[in-house]
Design a protein around this ligand. Sequence first.
Ligand SMILES: C[S@@+](CC[C@H](N)C(=O)[O-])C[C@H]1O[C@@H](n2cnc3c(N)ncnc32)[C@H](O)[C@@H]1O
Length: 318
Amino acid sequence: MDATAGRADWQHTTVLLVEAVDALLTDADGIYVDGTFGRGGHSRRLLGALSPAGRVIALDRDPQAVAAAAAITDRRFTIRHARFAALASELAALGVTELHGVLLDLGVSSPQIDDPARGFSFRFDGPLDMRMDTTRGESAAQFLARADERQIAEVIRDYGEERFAVQIAKALVARREGGQAVRTTAELSEIVARAVKTREPGQDPATRTFQALRIFVNAELEELEQGLNAALEVLRPGGRLVVISFHSLEDRIVKTFIARHAKAAFDRRAPFAQPAPMRLRALARVKPGETELRANPRARSAIMRVAERTEVAWAAAT
Ligand SMILES: C[S@@+](CC[C@H](N)C(=O)[O-])C[C@H]1O[C@@H](n2cnc3c(N)ncnc32)[C@H](O)[C@@H]1O
């Protein structure tokens, strides 16, 4: 398949569009990074709010998202095929040293979920791929074909918070040893449905396993840790960090990161030394309102956290 193919009618409804751009924008002449371009909802609105001197640098690890960005011909806009964990080297390549804001709208886009060929969804049958960046890395099917039972169970338990992780891993390995490794989303859903003994209301039994494999295949939590650190290093004082997460594992990382940098850091080995100044101030935690949830049920688990890079002098004085 052409890595940049994708039907034009698979649209993405941007979550917290107005709230995220309002939270991000502090200077209409500023330089902003949209680390998760998707189909560009946030990028477009941001461009609309910036002056002719402003700039948006967008990143996405998915070649289809990067191809979709070609529709934006605004000279203030740049798209890069990159992971946001690689923010520092992407900015260095562009000669940018400081940012007014970084936005991360985590997870997958609707075009990724709705395209059976991407293998993200148990609702459609397709190859069990799940890579956001289809140009590199191991697919979910390849992982399940090589990993041992303990590794599979750990991934499903840790990233899916699935109580039946061991049973699912056993069933997957038994099938593989019987000569039929799992290759498709439908095969995986079927095996999981048989191994999961109790049903959560309103949830497909495969939900947790699919989430776990997706997080693992794309190293999503490591990406997030690295992306947050990289953003903090390049935000100018007063610059904003805006992160929208879609499950508790992500939100916990964002919340802990902000809290860790929102207090002066004492070095226990050097109790009389000046503490390292706080670097972030938590500003807001926002969830979609009723109207948005009615229009876009996929927004239901979204949590947006906003933090501001502190003025260095102000932070040192407090
Ligand atoms: C929820 S969508 C973003 C939607 C976008 N805000 C919009 O309005 O269209 C998430 C996007 O981020 C991308 N993505 C996820 N993790 C990434 C990472 N670590 N680096 C770069 N892109 C990533 C995905 O490929 C996907 O296109």
